[in-house]
Design a protein around this ligand. Structure first.
Ligand SMILES: [Mg+2]
Length: 204
């Protein structure tokens, strides 16, 4: 058995969302919007709500097309990781198996992507589960015994908190403006590392 408790957090009880937390998925959406639709003024900072239909002022068909392209197998391979995520996850993997729960409908392409950004982590130490819907994450997390979950969708975070799982809100333009007292907010992976592995922690 590997050491699993470091500092105040039981690392075995932590899991991660992928899109918007580990994967900078919306940067691909923005690039496609620029290239395919000439929407060169669009940036991630315009995504002020999770439901893009309510905040971008674009036709539904355009958003549907961009979301579909962004999440397909070809473009999933091209998603850049969020700064610091590969390094911190690789460090964590020395102490605990890594668990990722995504609301995507299929796990194959995003699993391959996770393996690609964590080339030195043994694939057997990585679990990726596709819940198919944000609402289905709770039951999966409960079954896995997860007590802390990092997610960028505030609605999911609220649902988890109600059920006794502590959400760590990974800050993005689409969750910054909503006031959510009592929620732990994470600005970036450097801060998340500090939270998971407080200084002085001795990784093995
Ligand atoms: Mg997400």
């Amino acid at each position: 058995m590997r050491k699993s408790r470091i500092g105040p957090i039981d690392l075995d009880a932590v899991a991660f969302d992928i899109d918007g937390v580990v994967a900078d998925t919306m940067s691909v959406f923005v690039r496609l919007a620029h290239e395919k639709y000439g929407l060169t003024k669009l940036s991630k900072q315009d995504m002020l709500c999770y439901n893009l239909y309510n905040c971008l002022g674009l036709e539904k068909e355009v958003i549907d097309d961009l979301i579909s392209l962004t999440l397909d197998e070809e473009h999933t391979k091209l998603i850049p990781p969020i700064a610091g995520a590969p390094e911190v996850l690789t460090e964590l993997a020395g102490s605990t198996p890594l668990r990722f729960i995504t609301a995507r409908t299929g796990a194959d392409s995003i699993s391959e992507w996770i393996f690609s950004i964590l080339p030195t982590v043994c694939p057997q130490d990585i679990t990726v589960i596709a819940s198919g819907s944000p609402d289905c994450k709770l039951g999966i997390l409960q079954r896995l015994g997860i007590r802390y979950f990092v997610d960028d969708r505030l609605e999911t975070c609220k649902n988890l908190k109600e059920a006794g799982i502590e959400p760590l809100v990974f800050e993005q333009p689409w969750n910054r403006d909503e006031v959510a007292p009592g929620f732990i907010r994470i600005h970036d992976w450097a801060q998340l590392r500090q939270w998971l592995l407080p200084s002085g922690a001795n990784l093995e």
